[in-house]
Design a protein around this ligand. Structure first.
Ligand SMILES: Nc1ncnc2c1ncn2[C@@H]1O[C@H](COP(=O)(O)OP(=O)(O)O)[C@@H](O)[C@H]1O
Ligand SMILES: [Mg+2]
Length: 359
């Protein structure tokens, strides 16, 4: 009997469409790896649905019976009768409510093994301030920043002054968003307050970070668990076509918005340090399963690099960075997914043992 893996996709974030594309690849590759993929579609509003693999693959309307998670029974109830009890869950909802611990909490309550980071690592990974502070505690280089929290918004003058002292350019960003939504490159003092106010449209806390002018952006895939994790080769994302940084347009609207150099053109010593640091960040944050760790490298001196962010549910479309990084490292997507399911099962078994030990 094939193991059934429910691939949960869609979600409420701006990356809804990307998630659908990721699910197409994840389902196809899980099937290629010998599993039975069950596509669970989470629309922007309303109940999840068990949709047809063929409809997802062909880009047709996603229809099917509604699903209701049953915490009491640890399964999903199908509207109209019947239950679905997958061997494991594979969430591939990017951004808020999918990647930030919310969905992970539900899966935890259901008691079904699930791929990827747990509640804490997901929540910490989503928060740009907390993740950087935790990484820095472990000696990972990060850029200096000033945080503006909701309660400081009305009287943020002194914080803006403090941020200006870091020197320009500054990058202003919502603390827990993604896809460069609400991110502004600020080049002079007069632009700072409007940029912070703009970022507050998307979040309750804002980070003002020292910018690395024309930073090189290096990405690295991590796969594993707290028992041991490995890093893929590094890749370099090069914004193209007049985008001054890797903004929302370059990511999603401009087909030629970026180029990926794979592997990144870096001296071996630098890429080795970045790979080690990627694993270090993953472990420091309590990661499990997968993550993509992004860095800034000083364009004038590649020995100077800084941790930018961790994505705990990175894109998994056919042209996404994460699967491409692993493919270049010699691991096909089927293999990556197989490892992720095995890690999920081990993590669930461990949690069960810990719960029993506490009784
Ligand atoms: N401190 C910085 N120095 C240089 N570029 C930055 C800095 N912070 C952000 N950027 C630019 O903005 C983009 C988005 O910022 P990032 O922190 O990765 O947030 P997101 O989660 O939205 O991807 C980066 O890919 C990079 O192009
Ligand atoms: Mg980013």
């Amino acid at each position: 009997m094939k193991k059934t893996i429910a691939v949960i996709f869609g979600g409420k974030s701006p990356e809804h469409e990307v998630s659908i594309e990721s699910a197409k690849t994840v389902c196809a590759k899980l099937e290629a790896a010998g599993f039975r993929a069950l596509p669970f579609y989470a629309p922007r509003e309303g109940a999840w649905r068990l949709v047809k693999l063929a409809d997802l693959a062909a880009g047709r309307a996603l229809k099917g019976p509604e699903l209701e998670p049953s915490l009491a029974r640890g399964c999903f109830l199908k509207k109209g009768g019947g239950t679905v009890r997958p061997h494991a869950l594979f969430p591939i909802i990017h951004g808020s409510t999918g990647e930030d611990g919310v969905l992970q909490g539900l899966m935890e309550l259901l008691g079904i093994p699930y791929a990827g980071c747990g509640v804490t690592a997901s929540a910490v990974g989503m928060d740009k301030i907390i993740s950087k502070e935790l990484a820095a505690l472990d000696g990972v280089p990060v850029l200096p920043h000033v945080a503006v929290r909701a309660h400081q918004r009305a009287a943020m003058g002194p914080l803006l002054k403090k941020a200006e002292k870091l020197g320009f350019p500054l990058f202003v960003k919502p603390v827990a968003q993604g896809s460069s939504v609400g991110v502004t490159k600020v080049k002079k003092p007069a632009q700072l307050r409007p940029a912070v106010e703009n970022a507050f449209r998307f979040d309750t806390a804002v980070m003002i970070e020292k910018g690395v002018d024309r930073a090189r952006e290096i990405v690295c895939g991590v796969l594993g668990s707290q028992d041991g994790a490995k890093a893929s080769v590094c890749g370099e994302v090069v914004p193209q076509g007049g985008h001054e940084f890797y903004d929302y347009e370059a990511k999603y609207l401009d087909d030629n918005g970026m180029r990926l150099d794979l592997p990144a053109r870096l001296p071996k010593a630098t890429s080795e340090r970045l790979r080690e640091t990627a694993v270090k960040v993953f472990l420091a944050l309590g990661g499990s399963g997968l993550a993509r760790v992004d860095f800034f490298v000083d364009p004038k001196d590649d020995r100077k690099f800084y941790f930018c962010e961790i994505n705990t549910l990175p894109g998994f479309t056919s042209h996404s960075l994460y699967p491409r990084l692993w493919e270049r490292t010699g691991l096909k997507p089927e293999k990556v997914l197989k490892e992720l399911v095995a890690i999920a099962e081990r993590a669930a078994a461990r949690r069960r043992r810990l719960t029993i030990a506490r009784k």
